[in-house]
Design a protein around this ligand. Structure first.
Ligand code: NAD
Length: 271
């Protein structure tokens, strides 16, 4: 399996990375350093996680070359709008201590604002300070609304996606549009790791339920960013390139879908 996925603009995005939501600044530094030392290239943060400084510090402590890494951050809702997007982006870069990010995402589809935010994002992309731009938590209709004014189509949509929320319809639409799918809360925030089907499939391969889920995402062409602050788990979550789920196992996992959201519905959020 390829370790990277080519985005619509030709950029290679790693298919497996580390997420750092609800990770304190100092823990973020260690987690990022451990992840990079253990083979990760993709790190997913956001302005609202309040740990961009810690992420930047982890990158520096890892000693990795900048061009070998793929760093994502996101525009928070309060900062949406044309001028404020430019400002928020500059602030994120400064906190990270970087002169570019690999991917900048609109975090949530704030009605009445995201088209203006996107115009600023297109300029940021043109300036070379974001190598790719995309959205998060956008349903099909949000993307259609964005495209009424956009010059550039989002390259990625990062959405809640795990075996109990498989988002088949949205994934089909995104695939048709050439927009890469990235899963947030890919492990269902750890709540589905005791699921007997996942545990049993893991036993077939001497793998944990977490590894089975990550492998299911990869084999489904979904970019995946599991979160952990423990070095052993960070390592475990990356040890997924040495086994393959059978078609039958993939189908069994697909059937765990119950359309269960752990986070807000993008049509109904109040933050
Ligand atoms: P996740 O699904 O990655 O689950 C993380 C939890 O699973 C951990 O806190 C831990 O309890 C458990 N876990 C992880 N690895 C394990 C292992 N090997 N064994 C046992 N337990 C393990 O949850 P998440 O953090 O919500 O999502 C991942 C990332 O997605 C976030 O860190 C963030 O970067 C991103 N995210 C984005 C949005 C968005 O709106 N765009 C929203 C939520 C999360």
């Amino acid at each position: 399996m390829d370790r990277t996925k080519q985005l619509a603009n030709g950029i290679q995005m790693p298919r497996l990375g580390l997420g750092v939501w609800r990770v304190e600044e100092t823990d973020a530094t260690n987690s990022v350093k451990w992840a990079i030392e253990n083979g990760y290239h993709l790190i997913d943060t956001a302005a609202v996680y309040k740990n961009e400084r810690g992420v930047g510090e982890g990158i520096r402590q890892s000693g990795a070359k900048r061009e070998e890494l793929f760093i994502t951050t996101k525009l928070w809702n309060d900062d949406q709008g044309y001028d404020t997007t430019h400002q928020a982006f500059n602030d994120s870069l400064a906190r990270l201590g970087l002169d570019y990010v690999d991917l900048y995402l609109i975090h949530w589809p704030v009605e009445g604002k995201f088209n203006d935010s996107w115009r600023a994002m297109e300029e940021i992309y043109a300036s070379g300070r974001a190598k790719a731009i995309g959205v998060s938590n956008f349903h099909q209709h949000h993307i259609e609304q964005l495209m009424t004014t956009a010059k550039i189509k989002p390259m990625v949509d990062q959405i809640e996606l795990h075996p109990t929320l498989t988002q088949e319809n949205l994934r089909t639409y995104l695939a048709e549009e050439g927009i890469a799918v990235e899963a947030w809360s890919p492990l269902g925030q750890g709540k589905i790791l005791q699921n007997p089907t996942l545990v049993e499939i893991g036993k077939n391969h001497q793998k944990s339920a977490a590894q089975v889920i990550i492998r299911w995402h990869l084999q489904s062409d979904i970019i995946v960013i599991p979160k952990s602050v423990h070095e052993a788990r960070i390592k475990e979550n990356f040890a997924v390139f040495d086994f393959e789920l059978t078609e039958e196992e993939m189908m069994r996992i697909n059937h765990l879908n119950i359309n269960e959201r752990l986070g807000a519905d993008p049509d109904n959020f109040n933050f």
